[in-house]
Design a protein around this ligand. Sequence first.
Ligand SMILES: [Mn+2]
Length: 339
Amino acid sequence: MSYNSPRLTTLKVNNLVKAISKAQSIILSTHKQCDGDGLGAMLGLYHALKKVGKRVRVLTVDEVPARYNFLQPDKYSETYEGPHAPIENTDLALIFDTNDRRLVEPLFNELEEKVSTILFVDHHPVLNQGPEPTPGSYINTLAASTGEIAYFLIKDLGIHFDEKIAKSIYTSIAFDTQLFRYVKNSATSHLICAELIEHIPNSEDIHRSLFATHTIEKVQFLSKVLGEIEYFGDGRIAILKLHAKDLLDHNLNMDDSRDVIDMLMNINTLQAAALFREDDKDLYKMSLRSKGNIEVLGIAETFHGGGHMYAAGATVEGDFTKLKKEIVDLILNRLDGHH
Ligand SMILES: [Mn+2]
């Protein structure tokens, strides 16, 4: 019986490796309201660069959600709102999981003053109507997570993996692929994780920390809101509105709303979903998801948002009934091929 070994798609990150090698001092950051991908990628690189004697700081724009406490962000990273020390002149900043500087403000503004070279390390498409990424940035939409890019950086720098590095990078990949559901039809995420897991004594704890985070109050919240889903287009579209205040009343934070839309996408007839989180009167954080037959990034871009082809978002303002109709029509047009 013949056996073809699975193929690892190697990312060519030479230019980033050069920039890192040249730099003595490095700041690592990611977009505001950070998630497991950006956080895991930068903490992995942080632990790796510490091993080779670089001066490294991890700065997040705002607070890291509690589900990531197992990575000890309190110990290894600082928030821009309350840094341990002022930001000093620094050779290089790498910003993970976005190429849109607006999502890194107000930190980005200060980095521009203090840092010689700022590079984005990302896997989101560059927005048609957004700010240009800084020159020399590494953007590869074939990477299923930015943790994979960090993995190749660490490999190419010749740094050996240890438990802390492996846990961080594994978190990044496990989170963005949702435990290998979204792997861009490649074996790469699996292969990298197969190598990393050798260094992780309790990988199932990571899975639980990332995905089994429901409190009893959260389940009560879910049972209330899931009854309010509206369906359109013969059950192919789901729309749900949440109130930020409702989240807070159930002791949940903004990070919890992302689980709700992931849950909607488990409905078998569904092709696309939109979640509107009302943060203020007539002001919504809109999240869009698609199972892959239609793109939703274009819809988000219509509202000056961004994201991935099949998972995107934007801040939208206006009357909910009108917004809902507009979004349903845009999705229906795509599903029925009239665009
Ligand atoms: Mn990501």
